[in-house]
Design a protein around this ligand. Sequence first.
Ligand code: ZN
Length: 427
Amino acid sequence: MKPCLFIVALCTFLPSLPAHGWSEPHLAITRAAVAVLPQWQRDFLGAEAVRLGDDYCLIPDHVFTDKENAKFAAMESKPGEVYLTGLHLPAQQPENLETLRYFMSRAVAAVSERKAGDAARYMGTVCHMLEDFGSPAHTVPGDNMFTLLQQFLPASEGMKDQLMHGPIESGEISVDIKGWQPALLGVTVEEAAWRLLHRVHEGIINARGTTIPIIQALYADDREAVVRHQLRAATLDAKIVADAFHTILCLGMRKFDAGGRKALDTVPIGSFWPLEAENLCFPQKQFFSSPYWGHPRSGVMLERGKKAVPIVLRVEQQPGVIVEKTFADGISAGMGRPLTYLLPAGVFRRFTVFGGLHPRLGAKGRVEFTVTGDGRTLATAVVAGNEPAHSFDCDVSAVARLQLALTPRGLDSKSNYAAWAAPLLVK
Ligand SMILES: [Zn+2]
């Protein structure tokens, strides 16, 4: 305990290095995450746990000045790229997944070789990426300095000549996630990186909800409100970082508790973002026109494109017994716009889902439901509005991209209220 306190004391007197991204908040978020790790994990890291929160979480920002540690933020597949943009700004899902997978695997390898210093440095790179992606200042794709957003939100007199990136995310915040129990994200790096990617999506969406309130608070010179909204982003980021750290250390030590493992056996994917939602929103080119003009919805169906109603399908409870069932997890979508999901290699064996039409809204419709894996049809079924939903059970053990597609097979296209209900990946 004493050496750690000494290092903390020493570091408070060191001049802070210039940093981009969350900057000071990087330290606060990382320290909060480290603080909730189980004792055996903090014991493994030892004094490196302190350096992780004081220093290593900024490695990707310091690659030009901290030459010694720059290699911990470099990828073998990108030789010569010293500053990896993908560690600071979200790219598309496949690239984000590969970056997470790469740095997690390096961190896990270092843990398994019992090299705490190397492990903590790679963990610093992983957490920097998670924290930057979940930063309120990294939320508008292609507009990292908010020159476009400021045209929508004209600045106050006091702020009008400033670049907004720094003020939106900087400042002294203290983050505390006491009581958070870090979750195991996988028992292999493939699985863990894939689950982490979906956790990161939650972080990005959460951070997006803080950006405009922070800008408005900055214009109003309301410091308390700035911090309050920054904390909403930073708190979730710290939980995601804690999950990532916890998982890396479990994987490296091959130490998993049975409960954590069991929770990973199935994954509902109805709330996951498909690849078509580039930047986690649906571009207009992905909109469908039948049964209404719009985009897919998670957890609800949209009556006439306006009114959200629960996903209800007729299902065959037992042979000959058909009941109407409401599903909390599901995706309602239109015709002709497939939805594609990345799957981690060698993790899941099966994909199960119900495909059917809403009993009332879709009574006169008829739709073909098709599940494909890497372009190959895994299963297909035509379901009419007066029939029960089809229950799919597909082998996805060798599938990298799972696709769900809907094709109209009836006369009344306005009645094709179709949903994929309870979509579940099973180990
Ligand atoms: Zn950064």
